[in-house]
Design a protein around this ligand. Structure first.
Ligand code: SOE
Length: 378
């Protein structure tokens, strides 16, 4: 059935039943949680996940075994000189992204590079230039929830009216304890910003994607709750940051980002008030959308028959059969591979979008450090 085809193709519902990755051979750089998520998505799109390289040859072998990948490369250079590899997924710590993605592009291959695309604006700009003529994408995967597309359609069609205000937050608790530690807290590995670069980048991307509006300036305050953790001391990266934003259309908004909020695991939530209706999406409850009205607010379930075409396209299983994070990831990777095949999927986050998030992140940290409003280039 059509639904079965859609499910095996990940999010990409090609009407002729072909899989977006069917002719692609891909490699993965990195051996952590994200390598696993990327490899599942690549396989869902039926790419050949041919090899993997991690931080040491031993770790590469372990990752290849764990993920059932045929070849463990001993270095990135070895991947890049393998002419049979078409595309590389970069899933390493932040500070390595720019150099590795640039090397992939220089080797004439397409690339998926994890966010934040780079730890400096200059590096991100360099990558956008280097990606000219190639497929180069960044996993802002929350764009691939059907109900996010539905929210976006309501602003794009004018149904929600013009954007008046934005209330959004992204809360997690995995760094709540002093003993919780991770490479991300270290500015040398994660970059100057931590919470905002790591999850605020998703939040801003999604707010702009849904509203169709862009942040024009920010005023931010940040906190490092723990300057000492198990294996790091003198930590300078932020655990939490609060931002007031203004948009090009004149809307106002607030963004709260924290990795020390008890009970919140991955709670990306946004509510955008349009002049006709409000629209609210919660990443932990991705199967519904709240539509707020002065009279008759309602909760819209994910039911392909009732949704915009863009949202319906991403429904891989029928209403009542929950889909979620990995499905969104699969759809992102399937659309990336479709772009490699010459298609132009709507809403595919490319390196320019990665640069945009790096610019906003930099402005947020500049503002938090100076105490002043900071403008963001359009
Ligand atoms: C950890 O904070 C993390 O895995 C982020 O790095 C991801 O971007 C986000 O999707 C979930 O949380």
């Amino acid at each position: 059935t059509a639904m079965a085809t859609a499910a095996t193709n990940g999010g990409l519902t090609r009407r002729d039943g072909t899989a977006a990755g069917a002719n692609l051979r891909v490699a993965i750089v990195g051996g952590g949680f994200m390598a696993e998520v990327h490899s599942r998505a690549a396989r869902a799109a039926r790419a050949d996940v041919a090899g993997i390289v991690s931080s040491t040859p031993e770790r590469s072998v372990a990752a290849a075994e764990r993920l059932g990948i045929g070849r463990a490369y001993s270095s990135l250079e070895e991947v890049l000189s393998d002419d049979t590899i078409d595309l590389v997924h970069v899933t390493t710590p932040n500070a390595l992204h720019a150099e590795q993605a640039a090397a992939v592009l220089a080797a004439g291959k397409d690339v998926v590079c994890e966010k934040p695309l780079a730890t400096t604006v200059a590096d991100a700009e360099g990558l956008v230039a280097a990606a000219e003529g190639r497929t180069a994408t960044v996993p802002f995967v929350y764009r691939f929830h059907p109900m996010v597309r539905e929210a976006r359609s309501r602003f794009a069609s004018g149904e929600a009216g013009r954007v008046l205000s934005i209330n959004a937050s992204y809360l997690q608790d995995w760094l709540l304890g002093e003993s919780d530690d991770n490479w991300r807290v270290d500015a040398r590995q994660g970059g100057r910003s931590r919470a905002f670069a790591d999850i605020g980048s998703h939040l801003v991307d999604l707010v702009e994607f849904v509203s169709g509006d862009r942040v024009s300036r920010v005023s931010a305050t940040k906190r490092t709750v723990f300057a000492e953790r198990a294996s790091h001391s003198g930590i300078t990266t932020e655990d939490a940051v609060a931002v007031v934003v203004e948009t090009h259309s004149g809307a106002l908004g607030t963004l709260l980002v924290s990795q020390v909020a008890p009970g919140r695991k991955n709670r990306l939530w946004l509510e955008i008030a349009g002049s006709a209706e409000s629209v609210a999406f919660d990443q932990e409850q991705p199967e519904t959308l709240w539509i707020g009205r002065r009279k008759g607010s309602l909760i819209v379930p994910r039911d392909a028959d009732q949704l915009s075409e863009d949202a319906a396209r991403l429904c891989v299983v029928p209403s009542g059969h929950p889909q979620g994070y990995q499905d969104a990831f699969n759809a992102f990777v399937a659309d990336t591979y479709a772009a490699v095949a010459g298609e132009s999927p709507d809403g595919l986050p490319r390196f320019a979008d990665g640069l945009r998030a790096v610019r906003v992140t930099d402005a947020v940290i500049d503002s938090a450090e100076s105490g002043a409003w900071v403008d963001i280039a359009q």
